[in-house]
Design a protein around this ligand. Sequence first.
Ligand SMILES: N[C@@H](CCC(=O)N[C@@H](CS)C(=O)NCC(=O)O)C(=O)O
Length: 233
Amino acid sequence: MSHPRLSLHTKYSSAENAKALSDPNASFALIYWDVASDEEWEGGKLPTPFGVMPVLEVHSSDGKTIPVTESIAIDLFLAKRFHLLGDNEWEEVTIKGFYSNIHYLRERSLMTVTWTHPSRRKVALENFISKTLPQFIADHEYHLRENGSNGHYVGDKISLADIHLSNIMDHFSYLPSGDVMTALFDKSELLAKVKAQVDNHPEIAAWRASAAWSALARATVNAYKCTAPPAED
Ligand SMILES: N[C@@H](CCC(=O)N[C@@H](CS)C(=O)NCC(=O)O)C(=O)O
């Protein structure tokens, strides 16, 4: 059954869309599970571009709503907006490279471990824990050392790459086999340092202390309960 589709071509022109996106007084609303009720979503009443969430709504101060689709595009748009892509072209492309590689770790685990055929889960999980994840950690330790082991991927301030690492470490901690993965991450002082700096950033710490954050974390744990079991199973 086809889902109700939301067009990315608003009733405004391309130039007007762009102006709304760069409005310094715009506000943002992320359409995700915490906003869409199950009834709305399951009932197919919420149009989105591809039948999935998240969708970011940018509300300009002159009343326009511009939808932005796909998590990668949303991340990059917001990162640029909030100066999380470095200070020059090299820093931006390097931060995006780290971001992409961090994203790819999560994609690999989702494709091979999380949403795989039950009969393949155990071996896929073992492979991920014994090979894929240690290799990722070693690669990223190398690059963090190259940046001076200061708890940032690029330069001396927080960027989208740092935030994405913290986010995927959270993601892995929510999986049924999360303890094993978290233990591997925690053994890495360099990665743990990035995570601590992100999580202690005052605005991020406030978000992580909110009821909305805990509700999302709990819902995520529930959503993944039925997936790859703990390693010892
Ligand atoms: N490629 C999309 C994938 C988004 C996606 O898979 N969203 C899931 C939730 S995390 C979803 O909306 N699923 C609802 C459904 O399939 O009914 C992105 O990166 O934004």
